[in-house]
Write a protein that binds this ligand. Structure first.
Ligand SMILES: NC(=O)c1ccc[n+]([C@@H]2O[C@H](COP(=O)([O-])OP(=O)(O)OC[C@H]3O[C@@H](n4cnc5c(N)ncnc54)[C@H](O)[C@@H]3O)[C@@H](O)[C@H]2O)c1
Length: 239
């Protein structure tokens, strides 16, 4: 039987790479659309250089994929960046960059994927947001982009449900990747202390949920936001 195709963005490292590797175990064919080349060679993961914030890159990538593969089973929008600062020190460039990669990039990839999935009458879309969609100081750009991904996903789920396409969101909390490794140690410790379980998650924690959502047995889950954050989304720990 031929392998089902999953397109994942930003899988050259971090959470995206962990998801891609987990999906290989599920016997999916995995394509990684990333602006940077993979740090390590995973020969089973096909790499296409693509800046998801550029319409021309996304269109070209999908044209290439369509010329090579008859169907797309699923798409995971994972590519994301941060440019943190308090609003009074944040430049318009840092606001626009984050919105363009995180939100516009997700929208562009969803648009191209849906055109194909509609014709197949099947598809699963997973968009990676963040617990920060609920609000994080220093992240007005990032929180807005991630809350935007939820609105986009809910609207899209309503538009494409009749074509047997589902759209769900995973909202990770604090996860150990390069993104969090680059934080000053005292800031990272403060974030860990603010966790209900005083811990940090692994990229594999997100990968497991992506695998679950792509399983045909979970087809009835649609339009949902699944927090994978050690309980941080509950609110403040005060005791
Ligand atoms: N690490 C965390 O604690 C955490 C928490 C919540 C949400 N997230 C989200 O999870 C996703 C992955 O985060 P990560 O920690 O693995 O980050 P990361 O920085 O380790 O990896 C991000 C990947 O996205 C790629 N990318 C960046 N801009 C791109 C673009 N314009 N086009 C295509 N690819 C691009 C990068 O090259 C990289 O491979 C992001 O959307 C992030 O916002 C991460």
């Amino acid at each position: 039987m031929s392998q089902k195709l999953i397109i994942i963005t930003g899988a050259s490292k971090g959470i995206g790479l962990a998801i891609a590797r987990r999906l290989l175990l599920d016997n999916f064919k995995v394509i990684n659309l990333d602006v940077s080349s993979p740090e390590k060679q995973d020969t089973d993961i096909e790499f296409i250089k693509c800046d998801v914030s550029l319409e021309s890159d996304v269109l070209q990538s999908f044209q290439f994929i369509q010329s090579k593969y008859p169907e797309i089973y699923g798409v995971i929008n994972n590519a994301g960046i941060i440019r943190d600062n308090v609003i009074w020190k944040m430049s318009v460039e840092d606001f626009e960059k984050v919105i363009n990669v995180n939100l516009k990039g997700t929208w562009l990839v969803c648009r191209e994927a849906v055109k194909i999935m509609k014709q197949q009458s099947f598809g699963k879309i997973i968009n990676i947001a963040s617990r920060a969609l609920l609000g994080n100081p220093g992240q007005t750009n990032y929180s807005a982009s991630k809350a935007g991904i939820v609105g986009l996903s809910r609207a899209l789920a309503l538009e494409v449900g009749k074509y047997n396409i589902s759209v769900n969101v995973i909202a990770p909390g604090l996860i150990k990747t390069e993104l969090t490794d680059n934080l000053p140690p005292h800031v990272l410790q403060k974030l860990i202390d603010a966790q209900p379980q005083k811990n940090i998650g692994k990229p594999e924690d997100i990968a497991e949920v992506a695998s679950f959502l792509l399983n045909e047995k979970t087809n009835f889950i649609n339009g949902q936001v699944i927090y994978v954050d050690g309980g941080k989304s509950i609110g403040h720990v005060t005791l």
